[in-house]
Design a protein around this ligand. Structure first.
Ligand code: 2RA
Length: 336
């Protein structure tokens, strides 16, 4: 099996290599792929040195599986070319997520939707993944009517240049500006671009992707996404109204028994999820679980995850693992 990691030199690409190594993902050949600017760079994986190649060079080698984390325009242009060459593409950008022919997958929730003819598979947005993973067992039991979510997102979601802006500002140095304002010691209610309806694209991703993953267009979602000078992960305050009523202890026990979810909820001992603790971990952490007494059947909770892990690299590798396990990736292609 020939595996290509596209966008290997970026923050998600780097995390992808760590996750592939930690999970001991099996392949025979690895192609590390990036833009023309990074081609020729040396990188190491499991102690071996690799030379970064361009997308055109990778395409010539017809990998069996390619995990893309290289931005929307690169995915729009190149994913179909790889698909045409017989490669399965798992794409981390927003380019394909809402395309009707493309599956949007969080493996613990809807991996079963994947079939042999799916050649481009979309990885959802980081802030959507962590929210839906924690909500999935509750949706199953009580059926979600409406979600109101406010996010507190890490600069790592924007990429290395944003981490550099924050670091320079923190040191009092001149920063190359990625955001329209200073990010250090600040909070920007602005993630991705503003849309016609005055919501940001990030907010609309949370609305549309949640409905697609749960296959339920009737779920109401209202999102406000905020960037903070934090690096360890994204945090979310989620207020969710269900059709059926719940017992708080049952909610906690459902969450505790969900794969990939860890409950950290002991207010008396100041225990609740925080990005500094989620950093580098694959799990989604949930705490501050409490009834909202101002509305019927409504729950408040606080959800934290490392956006580069479960929000990006880990989820993509889990999709790849599922596809290999269920013979949806065939070494040497299906019909070359
Ligand atoms: C962010 N949603 O945090 C992004 C990354 N995919 O900006």
């Amino acid at each position: 099996m020939k595996l290509a990691v596209v966008g290997a030199t970026g923050l998600v690409g780097n995390e992808m290599l760590k996750v592939l190594e930690e999970r001991n993902f099996q392949f025979d050949e690895l192609l590390l792929v990036a833009s023309e600017r990074s081609a020729g760079k040396k990188m190491s994986f499991k102690g071996e040195e690799y030379t970064v190649i361009t997308l055109a060079q990778a395409l010539e080698q017809k990998p069996d599986l390619a995990i893309f984390s290289a931005g929307g325009s690169t995915s729009l242009e190149w994913a179909p070319k790889f698909e045409e060459a017989g490669t399965i593409v798992i794409d981390n950008s927003s380019a394909w997520r809402m395309n009707e022919r493309i599956k949007l997958i969080v493996p613990e929730i809807n991996a079963k939707e994947l079939k042999i003819d799916h050649r481009i598979i979309a990885n959802p947005n980081c802030s959507t993944i962590q929210m839906v993973l924690a909500l999935a067992p509750l949706h199953k039991k009580y059926k979600i009517k409406r979600i109101v979510v406010s996010t507190y997102q890490s600069v790592t979601g924007t990429g290395k240049a944003a981490v550099d802006q924050m670091t320079a500002e923190r040191k009092g140095e001149k920063a190359a500006m990625v955001y329209p304002h200073q990010i250090d010691m600040n909070a920007l209610p602005h993630i991705d671009v503003f849309q016609e309806n005055d919501y940001t694209k990030e907010e609309m991703k949370m609305v549309n992707e949640t409905r697609k993953i749960f296959s339920d267009p009737s779920i109401g979602v209202s999102a406000t996404c905020v960037r903070l000078p934090v690096v360890g992960g994204h945090s979310e305050s989620v207020n969710v109204t269900f059709e059926k009523d719940f017992e708080i202890n049952e909610v906690k026990s459902l969450l505790s028994n969900t794969d990939g979810v860890v409950v950290q909820d002991d207010p008396k001992n100041n225990l609740y999820p925080m990005p500094i603790n989620a950093h580098g971990k694959d799990d989604v952490f949930v705490g501050r679980i409490r009834r909202d007494d101002s509305a019927p059947n409504t729950l408040n909770m606080w959800i934290v995850a490392d956006n580069l892990r479960k929000g990006a690299a880990t989820n993509a590798v889990q999709i790849a693992e599922y596809m290999v396990k269920h013979s949806l990736v065939h070494p040497h292609g299906f019909d070359r």
